[in-house]
Design a protein. Sequence first.
Length: 396
Amino acid sequence: MSKRPRATIKPDLLVWARETAGFDLSTAAEKLCVDEEKLVAWELGEDQPSIPQLRKAAELYKRPLAVLYLPEPPVTFRPMHDFRRLPDLGLRRFTPELTLEIRMAHQRRDLALELYHDAEEEPSTFGLTTSIKDNPETVGTLIRKALKVDYALQSRWRDPRVAFLAWGSKIEESGALVFQASRIESDEASGFAIWADMLPVMVVNRKDAYPRRVFSLLHELTHLMLRQSGVSDLDKDGPRPQEDERVEAFCNHVAAAALVPQDLLLAEPIVAARGGGRHEWSDAEVQSLSLTYSVSRETIVRRLLTLNRASEDFYGRKRRQYAIEFQQQRERDKAKNDGKPIPRNMPRETVAAFGKPFVRRVIENYHQDRISLSEVSGYLGIKVRHVPAIERQLGM
């Protein structure tokens, strides 16, 4: 029996493809159903995979097969800074799922720039800026003014989902692209930012509850204002390098100040009636305030702590209470669903994941005969039959 033909590729391409996909040697070998020693031999050039094995590797690494035949590895984007807290043992790493979400965010931005170029237009420069030396409360006020969000508007939302969509739309109007990631787990990352002077990108984790996504939007916006790219996890337990801790504390403070301004919170009747001092607050009072600002209860109690209206002990107790309640709700939701797949609304999911400006730009280029309907399908990852519903959702 003749041997299967071998793929005559340069081993550096296999190393590049695996590493940029976020796989270590042992995991990649397991997924490819080969011994780790065999994979090492491929990457050292001591052996070569068969054509079917190379196809399987290309599929695993999410690369076109042709890319693995290039004469040398392509130049890829710079590695993302990791602002997440360190685990108890070892260092954090980007999983293949997170790596793929970062790669796709870069690709979507590149595509958006290309679509602007094809239309002979240029996106506006992202103008919001700040410094780590600035007062976070002042920066929060600046954000609200720049995005044109006042108390009257915010207090009408009274729903974290509505607030998420509204804040996201306001941020998109400022010149940033807002995407949602669906492949990464909540405990891996809350979001990430990719800085650029035109069309910077922020991505929030779609598996997070809406109140957390609202906070992530403002947190990642602050990273963009600091001209930073990086991955965040908001408030997971564990230490960070000192400078990273300083940056993340600043971004969290700015996000909280933008969502729940100091002067407005202190002027709320139930807060003003208590006066100064660190008080206890009932669940009903916290819930009422969280509805007014469309944020999580934890954000409210954290603001009360920051503004010297609650104690560390009260905040710690409430944070533990909310974590337990959240887990219980997840278990109830899981039991209610009984393992059955939740019906999907692909047009709505597409607009939510890619953001209205990006989707609108793709559809507009199709209407202007610059791209084909099949290209629209490919760019948005949807079937052609969903395009009319997406157009209706965009009011086109």
